[in-house]
Ligand binder design. Structure first.
Ligand SMILES: CC(C)(COP(=O)(O)OP(=O)(O)OC[C@H]1O[C@@H](n2cnc3c(N)ncnc32)[C@H](O)[C@@H]1OP(=O)(O)O)[C@@H](O)C(=O)NCCC(=O)NCCS
Length: 169
């Protein structure tokens, strides 16, 4: 890896979608279609972020704002070759930061009960399980509804996301 290579988190663009769909397909049993991802990008461009490493998109996150004014993390995935390097947390911190800029202080998401890696990540970021959603997935697996409320629990806002990550440079 070239020492010139760095990590950038930026808003997703239409030309990133091919790569996002590829990562999505390698990450989920029930991946979102390109139509769904394109719609999310059109509707929520400020909350659809990618992590780029040396010019290649290696992960993405997308959030929407629900009617109760909470930031809903709809999807996050990192290319399997780049997992365990801090990119997932980088993306989560980045999208939370964007949402906070717009006054959103409560975040929520659903995660399969068997997805211990993601559950670990969310817990380490301050999310708590508040509910079990029965038969949430097409194969009948349950999901946890996890919530992070930055005002109620007194957490101070996370620092803005890092712009570089040592293990990747
Ligand atoms: C979940 C996912 C996005 C995490 O991305 P990542 O870049 O690998 O995560 P990070 O390196 O930032 O690690 C974040 C946290 O995840 C947890 N984690 C990461 N790898 C782990 C592993 N192999 N085992 C257990 N926990 C792990 C840790 O809590 C870690 O925090 P820590 O390093 O401070 O202990 C990634 O595994 C992924 O794309 N999975 C498939 C898609 C998916 O399940 N998305 C979530 C849907 S709800």
């Amino acid at each position: 890896m070239s020492s010139k290579c760095g990590v950038v988190v930026r808003r997703a663009r239409n030309e990133d979608l091919r790569r996002i769909v590829e990562i999505e397909g390698r990450s989920f049993r029930y991946p979102y279609s390109i139509l769904v991802l394109t719609t999310l990008l059109n509707l929520y461009p400020e909350y659809f972020l990618v992590c780029e490493y040396c010019g290649d998109v290696v992960g993405y996150v997308v959030a929407v704002v629900d009617r109760d004014s909470s930031g809903h993390i709809v999807s996050i995935a990192v290319d399997p070759n780049y997992r365990g390097l801090g990119i997932g947390k980088l993306l989560m911190n980045a999208v939370e930061s964007r949402l906070r800029d717009d006054g959103i202080i409560k975040f929520k998401l659903e995660v399969a009960v068997s997805n211990y890696v993601a559950i670990n990540m969310y817990k380490s970021l301050g999310y708590e399980v508040v509910k079990v959603l029965k038969n949430y997935y097409p194969d009948g697996e349950d999901a946890y509804l996890m919530v992070k409320n930055t005002s109620a629990n007194g957490l101070r806002p996370e620092k803005p996301y890092r712009t570089s990550y040592n293990t990747l440079t």
